[in-house]
Design a protein around this ligand. Structure first.
Ligand code: NAD
Ligand code: DAU
Length: 355
């Protein structure tokens, strides 16, 4: 079994990936996570006692720590999930996005390069640096424009997207300049269990259950392409195993939805699962002032990963969304743990002036 250094594995996608990887005995894992507000070690509680899983608290920007871990654990692959990931936070406080997403990825690449150069020829050949990125680097699409392909020019519009774009460029440069065996994936919006409730879907579920208003930015007609997180994790593992070195792969759900449609679907599911007499959760919908620079539409053309690696999403949106709502209903302890004072402060900062 290969050993992977996974960064950011206590967050939403990283934790789902680690749980899947350990369940299937795909990888022996060292999880390096700074444990920011978005992380939750409870996500990984079921791995307590698993001898093929180790957790280290630390920052990917800390090149000494990363170098130490590489020399200590001698991983065969690195999977970089670690990032500041929320667009709205990047508008309020862009600096930490530069620090983690750009400087952090750069330092991780530097440490990896020095480590990789000292490996045996066989280990060097098998080594992979897999960088997890986003479709937001491609910017915003007109309603009738073709979906993003791997060669669509980068036109990031938010501080978050710009920081991810910069990181992607460094990954590319390390392949072309140093021949570090890199891979990059650019994925659309993920949804599913364990997502921090600052993002649209869990925020809507939890606000609705609390009887709070459901904030929809602008006219609610912005479009996102939604992919179930487990489908994303399976695609990542496939790219790790079979992806062509130096290449990028777009991953998407082929599932474009307006934000208003997504919120209405959640309300419909809650009306069934947690009915209240003479009340529909959709009555809580509230149109609020828009996100500055709000990208209108994302759509992913994932024909490359489909044709070259044989991947396609398995979950459909209606059943995936129902499972997601059910997960938040079944995991009130998790919800209570993340709904701390810091989270309440964030809600105040982002929504108070939007009422
Ligand atoms: P998340 O915010 O839920 O989790 C990020 C994790 O990274 C957290 O556990 C956090 O503690 C950790 N982290 C942050 N800064 C760190 C640092 N300096 N050093 C070490 N760890 C650090 O994010 P997510 O939604 O799970 O996204 C994971 C990755 O996937 C990100 O790179 C993101 O850009 C990308 N992505 C996310 C989506 C999505 O819809 N969520 C879609 C496409 C791509
Ligand atoms: O496209 C991939 C990206 O998807 C990832 O790279 C990001 O890490 C991830 O956060 C996500 O970015 P978005 O900005 O699309 O996700 P978010 O859940 O914040 O918003 C989804 C849409 O819903 C977006 O058009 C903004 C809108 N929205 C969001 C919130 C939080 C609202 O209308 N109201 C809200 O309160």
């Amino acid at each position: 079994m290969l050993t992977a250094l996974v960064t950011g594995g206590a967050g939403f996608i990283g934790a789902n990936f680690i749980l899947l990887a350990r369940k299937n005995d795909w990888l022996n894992i060292i999880n390096l996570d700074k444990l920011t507000y978005a992380s939750n070690l409870e996500n990984l509680a079921e791995l307590r006692g698993d001898r093929n899983y180790n957790f280290v608290q630390g920052d990917i920007s800390n090149i000494e720590l990363v170098s130490y871990l590489l020399n200590q654990y001698k991983p065969d692959v690195i999977i970089n999930f670690a990032a500041e990931s929320h667009v709205d936070r990047s508008i309020f406080s862009p600096q930490v996005f530069i620090q983690t997403n750009v400087v952090g990825t750069f330092n991780l690449l530097e440490a990896s390069r020095f480590y990789w150069q000292k490996l045996s020829p066989q280990k060097q050949q098998n080594f992979r640096f897999l960088h997890i990125s986003t479709d937001e680097v491609y910017g915003s699409l007109q309603a009738d424009a073709a979906a993003f392909k791997e060669d669509t020019p980068y036109t990031p519009n938010s501080p978050y997207a710009s920081s991810k774009a910069a990181a992607d460029h460094f990954v590319r440069a390390y392949y072309h300049t140093y021949k570090l065996p890199t891979l990059t994936t650019n994925c659309s919006n993920n949804y599913g269990m364990r997502q921090f409730p600052e993002k649209l879907i869990p925020l809507t579920i939890l606000n609705a259950l609390d009887g709070k208003y459901l904030p929809i930015y602008g006219d609610g007609q912005n479009i996102r392409d939604w992919l179930y997180v487990i489908d994303h994790c399976e695609a990542i593992y496939l790219v790790l195993q079979q992806g062509k070195i130096g290449e990028t792969y777009n991953i998407g759900g082929m599932n474009e939805q307006t934000n208003l449609a997504v919120v209405n679907k959640i309300c419909g599911i809650l009306d069934e699962l947690v009915p209240k007499p003479n009340f529909s959760y959709s009555s809580l919908i509230n149109f609020v002032p828009d996100r500055p620079g709000h990208d209108r539409r994302y759509a992913i053309d994932c024909s490359k990963i489909k044709h070259d690696l044989g991947w396609q999403p398995k979950e459909n949106f209606d059943s995936g969304l129902r499972k997601t709502v059910q997960w938040y209903l079944d995991n009130s302890a998790w919800v209570n743990q993340v709904s701390t004072g810091a989270y309440q402060n964030w809600l105040k900062q982002n929504y108070e002036n939007r009422k």
